[in-house]
Write a protein that binds this ligand. Structure first.
Ligand SMILES: C[S@@+](CC[C@H](N)C(=O)[O-])C[C@H]1O[C@@H](n2cnc3c(N)ncnc32)[C@H](O)[C@@H]1O
Length: 225
């Protein structure tokens, strides 16, 4: 299927949010990290600036900075309107209100755009679940924020193939959140747990991050000890 920019809602989180969502320790941040569906998040830009090693994969990177910037501008008002209409689905604590949310997201996406302009070798166009041109276990840690689980309509086969490929190139992977867009447990959560429990150590960890109500758990999949 052709990946079209008009179908993407680019929306990016920052390093502090990635740290909290995935329960990343200082030691984790020194690992070789792959971010799947990182889109316009500033995680890669910020961690690279701090000496970290991140490669991000997303079909969005097929497009240039100006095309992505325009798409962000086209969609931000729609996202803002939808968030204002669904405020009860979110926990307004660290993020105080919708204005604060918009500021945080736009700051993160501006940081991404500036970094993407300077060095896009850390941003690889790739659409899950396709095979990635990387050797087995290239990365220590693979992260998926707000893509897998969030869209259960992509189906179980899509989720399994995507995770199998993530586990091929990463030693360990983490997926956040475990909810769908309606802030209830993703229909993909149990079948994915069941499928990977056969060969891997699969664990749900509580994390110190909750913006979507009840979205405070991360799924960790790694080789059995
Ligand atoms: C809601 S955004 C999340 C961005 C970022 N991970 C974050 O949490 O800030 C979802 C991302 O998934 C990407 N995406 C859509 N289809 C994809 C696919 N088949 N494979 C990988 N990423 C995909 C989109 O381009 C978008 O950047």
């Amino acid at each position: 299927m052709v990946f079209e920019l008009k179908n993407v809602v680019p929306w990016g989180r920052n390093l502090a949010e990635y740290r909290a969502m995935f329960g990343l320790t200082d030691e984790d941040l020194q690992k070789q990290i792959a971010g799947f569906g990182d889109g316009p998040a500033s995680f890669n830009a910020e961690l690279t600036r701090q000496g970290g090693h991140v490669v991000s994969f997303d079909p969005l990177y097929l497009f240039d900075r100006e095309q992505i910037r325009q798409r962000i501008m086209e969609t931000k008002d729609i996202v803002e309107l939808q968030t204002r209409g669904n405020q009860s689905n979110f926990v307004w604590k660290n993020i105080r209100d919708v204005d604060h949310l918009m500021q945080i997201r736009l700051d993160a996406m501006t940081c991404f755009l500036d970094d993407f302009d300077v060095d896009n070798s850390r941003y690889i166009p790739h659409e899950m679940p396709e095979k990635i041109h990387c050797a087995d276990r290239t990365f220590d840690l693979g992260l998926s924020s707000h893509f897998l689980m969030l869209y259960p309509e992509l189906g179980l086969e899509f989720h399994i193939r995507s995770i199998v490929e993530m586990l091929r190139i990463c030693h360990e992977i983490r997926i956040f959140p475990l909810l769908n867009l309606n802030a209830v447990t993703s229909e993909m959560f149990l079948p994915v747990m069941e499928y990977f429990s056969k060969d891997y150590q699969v664990e749900v960890r509580k994390v110190n991050y909750e913006f979507q109500k009840n979205g405070n758990e991360v799924l960790v999949i790694q080789p059995k000890i």
